[in-house]
Design a protein around this ligand. Structure first.
Ligand SMILES: *Cc1c(COP(=O)(O)O)cnc(C)c1O
Length: 463
């Protein structure tokens, strides 16, 4: 049933994006957008049987609420789909000791890209041999540490870095495993990709220019480096398997060519991460098994064509594992209808967080959804915008969503899909301390990352 916009709900047509339908039931949860153990019971949102009111009372708002079983299930979905391959959880999406440990317990390896992320992985007790180190400008100290602790693979990104790493490895008397990051010329955006000869960005060695070939040759001939294979990562929040297929074909072809030309064996091939997740009803991610089948088919085909063995594959999902596992719980502070044209108004709902706990809407024009979490409502849906408390008009959490027209101060709002690149990109803008991460497992909640305090911030301010 579709409502005639206008009579019932005001003139939304000119304001709402075309993908956002007027909900028949404004209390209904879109299943694909929520962690597995979230449901609405007696009107209130619950996770693992715990009501959001209870969580808010105990831990305060805003808070990231993390469904640990959902996270673990997504880890397993990727390892099962990629059986015989290695799944690296990209720690930058969300990095804490508990989460890295959970990923490791589920059989995943972990990608890190700074000394800070290495420190968390080590503090979590992870085996350095199960870590991969990335980055286009790793410091000498980071490279030194990586070699010293025996990180499983270091993905090199420049000729200077190959030299530095070779020197460091020589000094330490070690022979680290190295992958060469290839820029395959596949520019992937959400919902579309462009395959070009050159991609204009900072990461990797150009395949088209022969730079990647030369880098791999240098690593293969370096005194103290072991060339494990090639690496390609084409971007993030990508839905089009064709983009992954084209990049996999290109990097697999280079892999085959290097083996033949240099008469070496490259044991592994890393196809990166970037697999999309659902933030709103617009997004329709492919299941891991579909992605795995597509990538295997391409690599098998290229290796068969070159008559070489198929290398061991690895992938590096971050967002698609941790993103859907978390929602952010906010309390509404003010509600303000803003009339934009005759009959068309938008309800600005201000919450107690914003750009400091979720910069993605402002930074990437990302879309999110939201629901009234502390109760259900029989009010008509109103076109709303969930905004934060910061001194920026761009401080928007959810740009377009229908919320019950009676939403009021004191209500709790939940925004799903905030597990990736929200806490990890969080800031202290306006001296707002960052929210805690509360993990729920087996019906029990525990804080895995504490709420920052103003005292934490003042401690760094030396006056
Ligand atoms: C960011 C990144 C990933 C993870 O990307 P997601 O979109 O979170 O899956 C994987 N590999 C590399 C090299 C990255 O930089």
């Amino acid at each position: 049933m579709s409502h005639e916009a206008g009579a019932l709900h005001g003139d939304f047509a000119s304001l709402r994006p075309s993908w956002l339908g007027v909900p028949e039931d404004v209390n209904a949860l879109v299943p694909d957008l929520w962690p597995a153990n979230v449901e609405r019971a007696a009107g209130t949102l619950h996770i693992g049987g715990l009501s959001v009111e209870k969580l808010a009372a105990e831990f305060g708002t805003p808070a990231y609420v993390f469904d640990e079983d959902d996270f673990r299930a997504r880890c397993r979905a990727w390892t099962e789909a990629f059986e015989g391959a290695d799944v690296f959880y990209a720690a930058k999406a969300f990095c804490s000791k508990a989460v890295l440990r959970a990923a490791a317990e589920e059989g995943l390896s972990v990608d890190v890209c700074t000394a800070g992320e290495i420190a968390v992985a080590l503090a979590a007790g992870l085996d350095p041999a199960r870590l991969g180190l990335h980055g286009n400008n790793k410091s000498l100290a980071e490279l030194h540490q990586a070699v010293e602790i025996g990180i499983g693979r270091i993905v090199v990104d420049s000729l200077q870095e190959i030299e530095r790493l070779d020197t460091i490895a020589g000094e330490l008397g070690r022979r680290p495993m190295v992958m060469v990051r290839v820029n395959v010329g596949v520019e992937a955006h959400t919902h579309e990709y462009i395959a070009t000869a050159h991609e204009d960005q900072k990461f990797g060695f150009s395949l088209a220019d022969g730079d990647a070939y030369e880098a791999a040759r240098r690593v293969a001939h370096a005194d103290n480096l072991e060339l494990l294979g090639l690496h390609s990562h084409i971007g993030s929040q990508i839905f089009d398997t064709a983009a992954f297929e084209v990049s996999a074909a290109r990097v697999a072809r280079l892999h085959a060519q290097l083996q033949t030309d240099l008469d070496i064996t490259l044991a592994e091939l890393d196809l990166g991460g970037g697999f999309g997740m659902a933030y709103t009803t617009q997004d329709d991610p492919q299941p891991p098994a579909v992605i795995a089948a597509a990538l295997r088919r391409i690599v098998d085909r290229e290796c068969a064509a070159a008559s070489i063995d198929v290398p061991r594959l690895s992938i590096e999902p971050g967002r698609s594992i941790v993103g859907p596992s978390t929602f952010t719980l906010y309390e509404v502070g003010t509600v303000k209808p803003v009339t934009l044209s005759a009959g068309a108004s938008r309800l600005y709902v201000s919450v107690d967080g914003g750009i400091s706990d979720n910069i993605r809407t402002a930074l990437y024009d990302a879309t999110y959804s939201a629901t009234l979490a502390s109760r259900s409502s029989t009010a008509t849906p109103a076109l709303a915008r969930v905004v934060g408390k910061h001194c920026e008009s761009g401080d928007i959490v959810v740009k377009d969503e229908f919320l019950p027209a009676d939403i009021a101060p004191g209500d709790l709002i939940a925004v799903p899909g905030t597990g990736a690149y929200c806490r990890s990109m969080g800031s202290n803008y306006n001296h707002v301390p960052r929210p805690p991460v509360v993990a729920v497992r087996n019906g029990e909640a525990r804080v895995i990352l504490a709420r920052e305090t103003v005292e934490d911030l003042l401690r760094l301010d030396l006056g």
